[in-house]
Design a protein around this ligand. Structure first.
Ligand code: BJ8
Length: 425
Protein backbone atom coordinates (compact mmCIF):
# COMPACT_ATOMS: atom_id res chain seq x y z
CA UNK A 1 0.00 0.00 0.00
CA UNK A 2 1.62 3.25 -1.11
CA UNK A 3 0.00 5.46 1.54
CA UNK A 4 -1.17 5.20 5.09
CA UNK A 5 -4.92 4.79 5.02
CA UNK A 6 -5.47 3.95 8.67
CA UNK A 7 -7.42 7.06 9.54
CA UNK A 8 -9.69 6.48 6.50
CA UNK A 9 -10.38 2.91 7.62
CA UNK A 10 -11.04 4.04 11.18
CA UNK A 11 -13.52 6.63 9.97
CA UNK A 12 -15.28 3.92 7.97
CA UNK A 13 -15.65 1.91 11.16
CA UNK A 14 -13.29 -0.93 10.22
CA UNK A 15 -11.72 -3.08 12.90
CA UNK A 16 -8.06 -2.31 12.23
CA UNK A 17 -6.72 -5.43 13.87
CA UNK A 18 -8.99 -7.72 11.84
CA UNK A 19 -8.38 -5.67 8.74
CA UNK A 20 -4.58 -5.89 9.10
CA UNK A 21 -4.89 -9.65 9.43
CA UNK A 22 -7.01 -9.85 6.27
CA UNK A 23 -4.65 -7.65 4.25
CA UNK A 24 -1.68 -9.72 5.32
CA UNK A 25 -3.31 -12.93 4.17
CA UNK A 26 -4.37 -11.27 0.93
CA UNK A 27 -0.89 -9.89 0.20
CA UNK A 28 0.73 -13.26 0.93
CA UNK A 29 -1.72 -15.12 -1.29
CA UNK A 30 -1.26 -12.60 -4.09
CA UNK A 31 2.54 -12.87 -4.00
CA UNK A 32 2.38 -16.61 -3.87
CA UNK A 33 -0.26 -17.14 -6.54
CA UNK A 34 0.07 -14.23 -8.97
CA UNK A 35 3.54 -12.75 -8.70
CA UNK A 36 5.21 -16.16 -8.82
CA UNK A 37 3.79 -16.87 -12.30
CA UNK A 38 6.20 -16.91 -15.24
CA UNK A 39 5.82 -15.04 -18.56
CA UNK A 40 3.11 -12.69 -17.32
CA UNK A 41 2.11 -9.87 -19.69
CA UNK A 42 3.84 -6.64 -18.62
CA UNK A 43 0.54 -4.77 -18.74
CA UNK A 44 -0.73 -6.94 -15.85
CA UNK A 45 1.28 -4.56 -13.66
CA UNK A 46 -1.78 -2.29 -13.68
CA UNK A 47 -3.85 -5.02 -12.04
CA UNK A 48 -1.04 -5.75 -9.58
CA UNK A 49 -1.23 -2.10 -8.61
CA UNK A 50 -5.03 -2.18 -8.34
CA UNK A 51 -4.85 -5.22 -6.09
CA UNK A 52 -2.15 -3.66 -3.92
CA UNK A 53 -4.45 -0.65 -3.46
CA UNK A 54 -7.77 -2.47 -3.42
CA UNK A 55 -8.59 -1.27 0.11
CA UNK A 56 -6.54 1.91 -0.26
CA UNK A 57 -6.52 4.15 -3.29
CA UNK A 58 -9.78 2.79 -4.76
CA UNK A 59 -11.58 3.44 -1.49
CA UNK A 60 -10.07 6.91 -1.32
CA UNK A 61 -11.42 7.52 -4.84
CA UNK A 62 -14.89 6.33 -3.85
CA UNK A 63 -14.86 8.55 -0.77
CA UNK A 64 -13.74 11.49 -2.92
CA UNK A 65 -16.67 10.76 -5.22
CA UNK A 66 -18.97 10.76 -2.20
CA UNK A 67 -17.58 14.17 -1.16
CA UNK A 68 -18.84 15.55 -4.46
CA UNK A 69 -22.30 14.14 -3.75
CA UNK A 70 -22.01 10.97 -5.86
CA UNK A 71 -23.56 7.86 -4.31
CA UNK A 72 -22.01 4.41 -4.05
CA UNK A 73 -24.17 1.33 -4.59
CA UNK A 74 -22.92 -2.10 -3.56
CA UNK A 75 -24.28 -5.27 -5.14
CA UNK A 76 -24.00 -9.04 -4.72
CA UNK A 77 -25.19 -10.15 -8.13
CA UNK A 78 -24.73 -9.51 -11.84
CA UNK A 79 -28.49 -9.00 -12.16
CA UNK A 80 -28.12 -5.51 -10.68
CA UNK A 81 -27.79 -3.26 -13.76
CA UNK A 82 -24.73 -1.03 -13.57
CA UNK A 83 -26.22 1.04 -16.39
CA UNK A 84 -28.94 2.41 -14.08
CA UNK A 85 -26.47 3.33 -11.35
CA UNK A 86 -24.16 5.16 -13.77
CA UNK A 87 -27.04 6.93 -15.51
CA UNK A 88 -28.10 8.38 -12.15
CA UNK A 89 -24.55 9.52 -11.33
CA UNK A 90 -23.86 6.69 -8.92
CA UNK A 91 -21.03 4.15 -8.86
CA UNK A 92 -21.76 0.43 -8.65
CA UNK A 93 -19.32 -1.90 -6.94
CA UNK A 94 -19.34 -5.64 -6.30
CA UNK A 95 -19.57 -6.82 -2.71
CA UNK A 96 -19.27 -10.59 -3.01
CA UNK A 97 -16.38 -11.91 -1.02
CA UNK A 98 -14.07 -14.82 -1.59
CA UNK A 99 -12.50 -15.53 1.80
CA UNK A 100 -13.67 -16.95 5.11
CA UNK A 101 -13.79 -14.39 7.88
CA UNK A 102 -15.28 -14.26 11.38
CA UNK A 103 -16.82 -17.68 10.77
CA UNK A 104 -17.79 -18.22 14.43
CA UNK A 105 -19.76 -14.99 14.43
CA UNK A 106 -21.32 -15.81 11.06
CA UNK A 107 -22.52 -19.19 12.28
CA UNK A 108 -24.48 -17.49 15.05
CA UNK A 109 -26.60 -15.92 12.30
CA UNK A 110 -26.51 -18.42 9.46
CA UNK A 111 -26.62 -22.21 9.42
CA UNK A 112 -23.26 -23.92 9.04
CA UNK A 113 -24.40 -25.47 5.79
CA UNK A 114 -24.63 -22.13 3.97
CA UNK A 115 -22.37 -21.63 0.94
CA UNK A 116 -19.00 -19.96 1.52
CA UNK A 117 -19.88 -16.98 -0.65
CA UNK A 118 -22.81 -15.95 1.52
CA UNK A 119 -20.94 -16.70 4.74
CA UNK A 120 -18.01 -14.66 3.54
CA UNK A 121 -20.17 -11.62 2.81
CA UNK A 122 -21.53 -11.83 6.35
CA UNK A 123 -18.05 -12.41 7.77
CA UNK A 124 -16.74 -9.27 6.11
CA UNK A 125 -19.59 -7.29 7.66
CA UNK A 126 -19.37 -8.85 11.12
CA UNK A 127 -15.56 -8.72 11.18
CA UNK A 128 -15.71 -5.06 10.00
CA UNK A 129 -13.13 -5.58 7.29
CA UNK A 130 -14.79 -4.46 4.05
CA UNK A 131 -14.35 -0.78 3.21
CA UNK A 132 -16.58 -1.19 0.11
CA UNK A 133 -19.51 -2.35 2.19
CA UNK A 134 -18.97 0.45 4.68
CA UNK A 135 -18.71 3.07 1.91
CA UNK A 136 -21.93 2.05 0.21
CA UNK A 137 -24.95 4.35 0.40
CA UNK A 138 -27.20 1.53 -0.79
CA UNK A 139 -26.63 -2.21 -0.62
CA UNK A 140 -28.60 -4.25 -3.12
CA UNK A 141 -29.51 -7.83 -2.36
CA UNK A 142 -31.47 -9.98 -4.81
CA UNK A 143 -33.85 -12.87 -4.47
CA UNK A 144 -31.87 -15.48 -6.35
CA UNK A 145 -30.99 -18.71 -4.55
CA UNK A 146 -32.72 -19.60 -1.27
CA UNK A 147 -29.51 -19.02 0.67
CA UNK A 148 -29.11 -15.48 -0.56
CA UNK A 149 -32.74 -14.45 -0.27
CA UNK A 150 -33.12 -15.73 3.28
CA UNK A 151 -29.74 -14.34 4.35
CA UNK A 152 -30.79 -10.84 3.28
CA UNK A 153 -33.46 -10.97 5.99
CA UNK A 154 -30.61 -11.25 8.50
CA UNK A 155 -28.37 -8.80 6.64
CA UNK A 156 -31.19 -6.26 6.90
CA UNK A 157 -30.68 -6.36 10.67
CA UNK A 158 -26.98 -5.54 10.28
CA UNK A 159 -27.19 -2.67 7.80
CA UNK A 160 -29.72 0.13 7.46
CA UNK A 161 -29.43 0.65 3.71
CA UNK A 162 -30.40 -2.71 2.23
CA UNK A 163 -32.56 -2.73 -0.88
CA UNK A 164 -33.88 -6.11 -1.99
CA UNK A 165 -34.61 -6.74 -5.65
CA UNK A 166 -36.97 -9.56 -6.54
CA UNK A 167 -35.95 -11.74 -9.47
CA UNK A 168 -37.75 -14.27 -11.65
CA UNK A 169 -36.77 -17.93 -11.64
CA UNK A 170 -38.43 -18.93 -14.91
CA UNK A 171 -37.72 -17.53 -18.38
CA UNK A 172 -41.38 -16.94 -19.20
CA UNK A 173 -43.35 -13.87 -20.24
CA UNK A 174 -44.38 -13.42 -16.61
CA UNK A 175 -40.74 -13.82 -15.57
CA UNK A 176 -39.67 -11.05 -17.94
CA UNK A 177 -42.51 -8.85 -16.69
CA UNK A 178 -41.35 -9.32 -13.09
CA UNK A 179 -37.80 -8.35 -14.05
CA UNK A 180 -39.08 -5.33 -15.97
CA UNK A 181 -41.12 -4.12 -13.01
CA UNK A 182 -38.23 -4.67 -10.65
CA UNK A 183 -35.83 -2.71 -12.88
CA UNK A 184 -38.28 0.21 -13.03
CA UNK A 185 -38.64 0.04 -9.23
CA UNK A 186 -34.82 -0.02 -8.89
CA UNK A 187 -34.50 2.92 -11.27
CA UNK A 188 -36.88 4.93 -9.07
CA UNK A 189 -34.97 3.92 -5.92
CA UNK A 190 -31.65 4.94 -7.44
CA UNK A 191 -33.09 8.25 -8.62
CA UNK A 192 -34.40 8.88 -5.13
CA UNK A 193 -31.03 8.02 -3.60
CA UNK A 194 -29.06 10.29 -5.91
CA UNK A 195 -31.65 13.00 -6.53
CA UNK A 196 -30.82 12.63 -10.24
CA UNK A 197 -33.43 11.83 -12.87
CA UNK A 198 -32.21 9.41 -15.50
CA UNK A 199 -32.50 10.89 -18.98
CA UNK A 200 -32.24 9.30 -22.42
CA UNK A 201 -28.80 10.91 -22.82
CA UNK A 202 -27.46 9.77 -19.43
CA UNK A 203 -28.80 6.25 -19.94
CA UNK A 204 -27.33 5.97 -23.42
CA UNK A 205 -23.96 7.10 -22.16
CA UNK A 206 -24.11 4.67 -19.24
CA UNK A 207 -25.02 1.78 -21.55
CA UNK A 208 -22.06 2.66 -23.77
CA UNK A 209 -19.70 2.81 -20.79
CA UNK A 210 -20.74 -0.62 -19.52
CA UNK A 211 -20.75 -2.13 -23.02
CA UNK A 212 -17.20 -0.84 -23.52
CA UNK A 213 -16.10 -2.69 -20.36
CA UNK A 214 -17.76 -5.83 -21.62
CA UNK A 215 -16.24 -5.42 -25.08
CA UNK A 216 -12.75 -5.16 -23.58
CA UNK A 217 -13.31 -8.35 -21.58
CA UNK A 218 -14.64 -10.09 -24.71
CA UNK A 219 -11.55 -9.05 -26.59
CA UNK A 220 -9.42 -10.51 -23.81
CA UNK A 221 -11.47 -13.71 -23.78
CA UNK A 222 -11.15 -14.25 -27.51
CA UNK A 223 -7.37 -13.91 -27.33
CA UNK A 224 -7.40 -16.90 -25.00
CA UNK A 225 -8.47 -19.11 -27.93
CA UNK A 226 -4.91 -19.21 -29.16
CA UNK A 227 -2.38 -21.91 -28.48
CA UNK A 228 -0.10 -21.22 -26.72
CA UNK A 229 -2.44 -19.28 -24.44
CA UNK A 230 -1.12 -15.70 -24.25
CA UNK A 231 -2.35 -15.16 -20.66
CA UNK A 232 -2.88 -17.44 -17.69
CA UNK A 233 -6.36 -18.24 -16.45
CA UNK A 234 -5.40 -16.70 -13.11
CA UNK A 235 -4.54 -13.33 -14.68
CA UNK A 236 -7.65 -13.38 -16.85
CA UNK A 237 -9.76 -14.20 -13.78
CA UNK A 238 -8.18 -11.28 -11.96
CA UNK A 239 -9.24 -8.91 -14.75
CA UNK A 240 -12.77 -10.34 -14.52
CA UNK A 241 -12.76 -9.84 -10.75
CA UNK A 242 -11.53 -6.25 -10.96
CA UNK A 243 -14.36 -5.58 -13.45
CA UNK A 244 -16.56 -5.21 -10.35
CA UNK A 245 -14.42 -2.64 -8.50
CA UNK A 246 -12.54 -0.38 -10.81
CA UNK A 247 -13.47 2.89 -12.40
CA UNK A 248 -15.22 1.71 -15.61
CA UNK A 249 -13.40 3.89 -18.17
CA UNK A 250 -9.99 3.19 -16.64
CA UNK A 251 -10.75 -0.52 -16.47
CA UNK A 252 -11.71 -0.61 -20.16
CA UNK A 253 -8.52 1.19 -21.14
CA UNK A 254 -6.36 -1.12 -19.01
CA UNK A 255 -7.91 -4.32 -20.36
CA UNK A 256 -7.50 -3.03 -23.91
CA UNK A 257 -3.83 -2.34 -23.14
CA UNK A 258 -3.43 -5.97 -22.05
CA UNK A 259 -5.15 -7.08 -25.26
CA UNK A 260 -2.74 -4.99 -27.37
CA UNK A 261 0.16 -6.77 -25.70
CA UNK A 262 -1.48 -10.18 -26.06
CA UNK A 263 -2.11 -9.63 -29.76
CA UNK A 264 1.64 -9.15 -30.23
CA UNK A 265 2.28 -12.30 -28.23
CA UNK A 266 -0.11 -14.22 -30.43
CA UNK A 267 1.58 -12.89 -33.59
CA UNK A 268 4.96 -13.98 -32.24
CA UNK A 269 3.64 -17.36 -31.10
CA UNK A 270 4.46 -16.54 -27.46
CA UNK A 271 2.45 -17.80 -24.52
CA UNK A 272 2.45 -18.24 -20.77
CA UNK A 273 2.64 -22.01 -21.04
CA UNK A 274 4.16 -24.19 -23.77
CA UNK A 275 2.10 -25.00 -26.88
CA UNK A 276 -0.26 -27.97 -26.49
CA UNK A 277 -0.69 -27.39 -22.75
CA UNK A 278 -3.96 -28.99 -21.64
CA UNK A 279 -6.76 -26.42 -21.87
CA UNK A 280 -9.52 -26.26 -19.26
CA UNK A 281 -12.84 -24.47 -19.20
CA UNK A 282 -13.96 -23.66 -15.67
CA UNK A 283 -17.72 -23.61 -15.20
CA UNK A 284 -19.98 -22.98 -12.24
CA UNK A 285 -20.17 -20.71 -9.20
CA UNK A 286 -18.70 -17.22 -9.27
CA UNK A 287 -15.19 -16.72 -7.88
CA UNK A 288 -14.96 -13.46 -5.97
CA UNK A 289 -11.66 -11.88 -4.79
CA UNK A 290 -9.59 -13.47 -3.23
CA UNK A 291 -10.98 -16.88 -4.16
CA UNK A 292 -8.13 -18.11 -6.35
CA UNK A 293 -7.76 -21.61 -4.92
CA UNK A 294 -9.09 -23.74 -7.76
CA UNK A 295 -7.46 -21.90 -10.70
CA UNK A 296 -4.16 -21.89 -8.79
CA UNK A 297 -4.38 -25.66 -8.30
CA UNK A 298 -5.32 -26.23 -11.97
CA UNK A 299 -2.51 -24.12 -13.39
CA UNK A 300 0.07 -25.45 -10.95
CA UNK A 301 -0.94 -28.93 -12.02
CA UNK A 302 0.15 -28.16 -15.58
CA UNK A 303 -3.01 -27.04 -17.40
CA UNK A 304 -4.15 -23.61 -18.51
CA UNK A 305 -7.63 -22.23 -17.91
CA UNK A 306 -8.93 -20.73 -21.15
CA UNK A 307 -12.37 -19.53 -20.05
CA UNK A 308 -14.72 -19.05 -17.11
CA UNK A 309 -18.38 -19.95 -17.56
CA UNK A 310 -19.23 -17.96 -14.47
CA UNK A 311 -20.72 -14.66 -13.35
CA UNK A 312 -17.15 -13.52 -12.72
CA UNK A 313 -16.46 -14.30 -16.36
CA UNK A 314 -18.49 -14.89 -19.45
CA UNK A 315 -21.93 -15.45 -17.89
CA UNK A 316 -21.66 -12.04 -16.25
CA UNK A 317 -20.56 -10.03 -19.27
CA UNK A 318 -21.46 -12.12 -22.30
CA UNK A 319 -24.25 -9.94 -23.72
CA UNK A 320 -24.35 -6.28 -24.64
CA UNK A 321 -27.19 -3.85 -23.99
CA UNK A 322 -28.71 -2.38 -27.12
CA UNK A 323 -28.09 1.37 -26.98
CA UNK A 324 -30.08 2.30 -30.07
CA UNK A 325 -33.28 3.30 -28.23
CA UNK A 326 -34.28 6.95 -28.39
CA UNK A 327 -36.13 7.13 -25.08
CA UNK A 328 -35.56 6.02 -21.50
CA UNK A 329 -38.38 3.49 -21.83
CA UNK A 330 -36.91 1.93 -24.97
CA UNK A 331 -33.52 1.59 -23.36
CA UNK A 332 -35.07 0.19 -20.18
CA UNK A 333 -36.60 -2.57 -22.33
CA UNK A 334 -33.18 -3.21 -23.84
CA UNK A 335 -31.71 -3.50 -20.34
CA UNK A 336 -34.41 -6.00 -19.36
CA UNK A 337 -33.74 -8.01 -22.54
CA UNK A 338 -30.00 -8.08 -21.88
CA UNK A 339 -30.18 -9.19 -18.25
CA UNK A 340 -32.98 -11.67 -18.84
CA UNK A 341 -30.52 -13.72 -20.90
CA UNK A 342 -28.27 -14.43 -17.89
CA UNK A 343 -28.33 -18.19 -17.41
CA UNK A 344 -27.82 -18.40 -13.67
CA UNK A 345 -28.60 -21.80 -12.16
CA UNK A 346 -31.42 -20.29 -10.12
CA UNK A 347 -33.52 -20.50 -13.32
CA UNK A 348 -35.55 -23.55 -14.11
CA UNK A 349 -35.27 -25.04 -16.61
CA UNK A 350 -31.86 -23.65 -17.56
CA UNK A 351 -30.91 -25.41 -20.78
CA UNK A 352 -29.21 -22.30 -22.20
CA UNK A 353 -26.42 -22.73 -19.70
CA UNK A 354 -25.49 -26.16 -21.02
CA UNK A 355 -25.59 -24.77 -24.57
CA UNK A 356 -23.25 -21.98 -23.53
CA UNK A 357 -20.82 -24.36 -21.87
CA UNK A 358 -20.64 -26.40 -25.09
CA UNK A 359 -20.25 -23.23 -27.14
CA UNK A 360 -17.40 -22.08 -24.88
CA UNK A 361 -15.66 -25.45 -25.14
CA UNK A 362 -15.63 -24.98 -28.94
CA UNK A 363 -14.70 -21.31 -28.94
CA UNK A 364 -11.82 -21.65 -26.51
CA UNK A 365 -10.77 -25.08 -27.77
CA UNK A 366 -10.96 -26.57 -24.30
CA UNK A 367 -9.87 -30.18 -23.81
CA UNK A 368 -12.10 -30.61 -20.78
CA UNK A 369 -14.39 -28.86 -18.32
CA UNK A 370 -13.99 -28.54 -14.58
CA UNK A 371 -17.33 -27.84 -12.97
CA UNK A 372 -16.83 -25.77 -9.84
CA UNK A 373 -19.58 -25.97 -7.23
CA UNK A 374 -19.38 -24.38 -3.83
CA UNK A 375 -20.39 -26.72 -1.06
CA UNK A 376 -24.08 -26.23 -0.14
CA UNK A 377 -24.80 -24.33 -3.36
CA UNK A 378 -27.81 -26.31 -4.48
CA UNK A 379 -28.45 -24.57 -7.81
CA UNK A 380 -24.97 -25.19 -9.22
CA UNK A 381 -24.38 -28.56 -7.58
CA UNK A 382 -27.72 -29.78 -8.94
CA UNK A 383 -26.90 -28.54 -12.43
CA UNK A 384 -23.43 -30.06 -12.31
CA UNK A 385 -24.85 -33.55 -12.83
CA UNK A 386 -26.77 -32.86 -16.10
CA UNK A 387 -23.88 -30.70 -17.27
CA UNK A 388 -21.46 -33.58 -16.77
CA UNK A 389 -23.81 -36.10 -18.41
CA UNK A 390 -24.43 -33.90 -21.44
CA UNK A 391 -20.75 -33.15 -21.95
CA UNK A 392 -19.72 -36.76 -21.57
CA UNK A 393 -22.27 -37.84 -24.15
CA UNK A 394 -20.41 -35.56 -26.52
CA UNK A 395 -17.01 -36.91 -25.46
CA UNK A 396 -16.07 -33.75 -23.58
CA UNK A 397 -14.47 -34.88 -20.33
CA UNK A 398 -15.83 -33.19 -17.23
CA UNK A 399 -14.65 -33.20 -13.64
CA UNK A 400 -17.07 -32.15 -10.91
CA UNK A 401 -15.49 -30.36 -7.99
CA UNK A 402 -17.27 -29.40 -4.80
CA UNK A 403 -15.27 -27.23 -2.46
CA UNK A 404 -15.31 -24.18 -0.19
CA UNK A 405 -12.92 -21.38 0.72
CA UNK A 406 -10.75 -23.35 3.14
CA UNK A 407 -7.33 -24.65 2.17
CA UNK A 408 -7.87 -28.02 3.81
CA UNK A 409 -8.71 -29.83 0.60
CA UNK A 410 -5.89 -28.45 -1.57
CA UNK A 411 -3.98 -31.75 -1.45
CA UNK A 412 -7.02 -33.80 -2.40
CA UNK A 413 -8.03 -31.34 -5.13
CA UNK A 414 -4.53 -31.43 -6.57
CA UNK A 415 -4.59 -35.22 -6.77
CA UNK A 416 -7.95 -35.28 -8.56
CA UNK A 417 -7.08 -32.44 -10.91
CA UNK A 418 -3.68 -33.88 -11.81
CA UNK A 419 -5.35 -37.19 -12.66
CA UNK A 420 -7.95 -35.37 -14.81
CA UNK A 421 -5.26 -33.44 -16.66
CA UNK A 422 -3.33 -36.64 -17.22
CA UNK A 423 -6.45 -38.19 -18.76
CA UNK A 424 -6.71 -35.21 -21.15
CA UNK A 425 -3.10 -35.40 -22.35
S1 BJ8 B 1 -26.58 -14.43 -11.36
S2 BJ8 B 1 -24.62 -17.05 -9.95
S3 BJ8 B 1 -24.10 -13.65 -9.09
S4 BJ8 B 1 -27.05 -15.37 -8.00
S5 BJ8 B 1 -22.81 -19.85 -4.72
S6 BJ8 B 1 -24.96 -17.48 -3.26
S7 BJ8 B 1 -26.06 -19.38 -6.12
S8 BJ8 B 1 -25.71 -20.88 -2.92
S9 BJ8 B 1 -23.79 -16.46 -6.45
FE1 BJ8 B 1 -24.86 -15.64 -8.23
FE2 BJ8 B 1 -26.32 -13.71 -9.29
FE3 BJ8 B 1 -26.70 -16.24 -10.02
FE4 BJ8 B 1 -24.54 -14.98 -10.77
FE5 BJ8 B 1 -26.41 -19.02 -3.92
FE6 BJ8 B 1 -24.80 -20.82 -4.96
FE7 BJ8 B 1 -24.02 -19.44 -2.89
FE8 BJ8 B 1 -24.33 -18.24 -5.27
Amino acid sequence: MSENYRSMWTELGLDLENHDALLQVLARAYDDIFLSQKNRPETMSYFDFVMSEVHGLRIRELLDEKETGRKIIGSYCVFVPEELALAADATLIGLCSGADFATDEVEKLLPRNTCALIKSSFGFKLGKVCPYLESADMIVGENTCDGKKKSYESLGELVDNLYVMDLPQVKSEQGRELLRKEYFRFKAAVEELTGVTITAESLKEAIRTVNAKRAAIHRLSLLRRHDPAPISGLDALLANQIFFYDNPARFTQSVNAICDELEKRVQNGEGVFPPKTVRILLSGCPQAVPNWKLPAVVERSGAVIVGEESCVGERGCRNFTDDSGGSVDEMMEAIVDRYFKIDCAIFTPNGERIDHIREMVDTYKADGVIHYGLQFCQPYLMEAIPVEKTLEKENIPCLRIETDYSMEDVGQLTTRIEAFIEQLR
